[in-house]
Design a protein around this ligand. Structure first.
Ligand code: OAA
Ligand code: MG
Length: 422
């Protein structure tokens, strides 16, 4: 077994299996403590919540608790490996929620035989959480699942692989194109992949100014064009009238490649055919469409991003979901709407242009990092993400009328220790 693989397995196995644990927030030392925490004291908050469900925010952890829920049908770029196998990823999302945004989470892996069964399961347990993060659910089922749950639940329901990825991609893309001296409105874009993340990313890029007619999307069968009769409605939105059929055809002269598909699907020949200063976001996890070392070797002028932590320009939804939920929870938003997503895009994009703090340089063992081809987007360890994105999202929720609480008086958040405002 190679070293990286063994190291990853050891990390998960030792000294305690898994990556998350539960901690107590109150003393439980004495008989009196226990009488308050459990019988008979616990009956009091029970009665209060039965009287008014809003009291759950006051007397339980609901307001800072997100369920990370998957059916395991599209785990990273690995495919449908089942509910249980998705657990390391869902625990991992919990780690990121806590580490970067001070949010408690529990992972729930659902063995569901149909989208409806999944919807019913989640809808039945929704009330007890502050928000629901849907994760690694395959397309097209994920679209129907998310929509149904948004309608049925009064708390934010957010399919991270769609919107988290789209927000981070859009922020990184706007910066990358500016560095490349190009405009989104004029860029020829090739999107390899037509799953949840790909469709959401392209929708958001179009909303940010990309032209649908300049955009070619490919699924496993090739270019999505108007002559195809095997397209679901989500793919059909991106069908173009073209003679191009393969990635080789589509990539010729393209300014931008976004990969949300599978490992190694972009070759040296593909990237060689792209326009000058190409922007390549090879975002499939864990292994990108093209290795960054190969991409740079073939195209020294490339602006390259991947989803990985071990290369520059990590375009990964970790830059989005912890902070978006933080902002949404803190104003008790009923949903995460377009205004909140766009606010997150701008906060993230703008932060990349500011000087990088020393702690970030230290964490990445770098002498310098500054806005440019090797730094198009902030790194996940940058504590300013917590301040900027949460503030922007909370403000957008208030302004767009989905907040049930005013803009938090304890904002801006300077660290995860501040999240309770006490
Ligand atoms: O887990 C990650 O690194 C990003 C993600 O959501 C995915 O690839 O499905
Ligand atoms: Mg995912």
């Amino acid at each position: 077994m190679n070293d990286a693989r063994q190291a990853a397995l050891d990390y998960h196995a030792k000294p305690i299996p898994g990556k998350l644990s539960v901690e107590l927030t109150k003393p439980t030392a004495t008989a009196r403590d226990l009488a308050l925490a459990y019988s008979p004291g616990v009956a009091e908050p029970v009665r209060e919540i039965a009287r008014d469900p809003e009291n759950a925010y006051r007397y339980t952890g609901k307001g800072n608790l997100v369920a990370v829920i998957s059916d395991g049908s599209a785990i990273l770029g690995l495919g449908n490996l089942g509910a249980l196998a998705s657990k390391p990823v869902m625990e991992g999302k919990g780690v990121l929620f806590k580490r970067f945004a001070g949010i408690n989470s529990v992972d729930i892996e659902v063995n569901s035989e149909s989208p409806q069964a999944f919807i019913d399961t989640v809808a039945r347990i929704a009330d007890t959480w502050g928000g629901i993060n849907l994760e690694d659910i395959k397309a097209p089922e994920c679209f129907e699942i998310e929509q149904a749950l948004i309608e049925q639940c009064n708390i934010p329901v957010f399919h991270d692989d769609q919107h988290g990825t789209a927000i981070v991609t859009a922020a990184g893309m706007l910066n990358a194109l500016e560095i490349a001296g190009k405009r989104l409105e004029e860029a020829n874009i090739v999107c390899l992949g037509a799953g949840a993340a790909a469709i959401a990313c392209m929708k958001l890029l179009v909303a940010c100014g990309a032209r649908a007619e300049n955009l070619v999307m490919l699924d496993r069968k090739g270019v999505i064009h108007t002559g195809r009769e095997d397209l679901n409605p989500y793919k059909s939105m991106f069908a173009v009238d073209t003679d191009k059929r393969t990635l080789d055809d589509a990539i010729d002269g393209a300014d931008v490649f976004v990969g949300l598909s599978g490992p190694g699907l972009m070759t040296a020949d593909h990237i060689r055919k792209m326009a000058p200063n190409p922007v390549v976001f090879a975002c499939t996890n864990p292994d990108p469409e093209i290795h960054p070392d190969l991409a740079r070797e073939v195209r020294p002028d490339v602006i390259m991003a991947t989803g990985r932590s071990d290369y520059p320009n990590q375009v990964n939804n970790v830059l989005g979901f912890p902070f978006i939920f933080r902002g949404a929870l803190d104003v008790r938003a009923t949903r995460i709407n377009e205004e909140m997503k766009v606010a997150a895009v701008h906060a993230l994009k703008d932060l990349a242009r500011e000087p990088v703090p020393q702690v970030v340089l230290d964490a990445y063992e770098m002498q310098t990092m500054s806005f440019g081809p090797e730094y198009i987007i902030p790194t996940p360890v940058d504590v300013r993400l917590l301040e900027r994105i949460t503030s922007a999202v909370a403000q957008a929720a208030v302004d767009s009328g989905v907040a049930r609480r005013p803009y938090p008086s304890h904002y801006p958040l300077k660290s995860v220790d501040d999240v309770y405002g006490i």
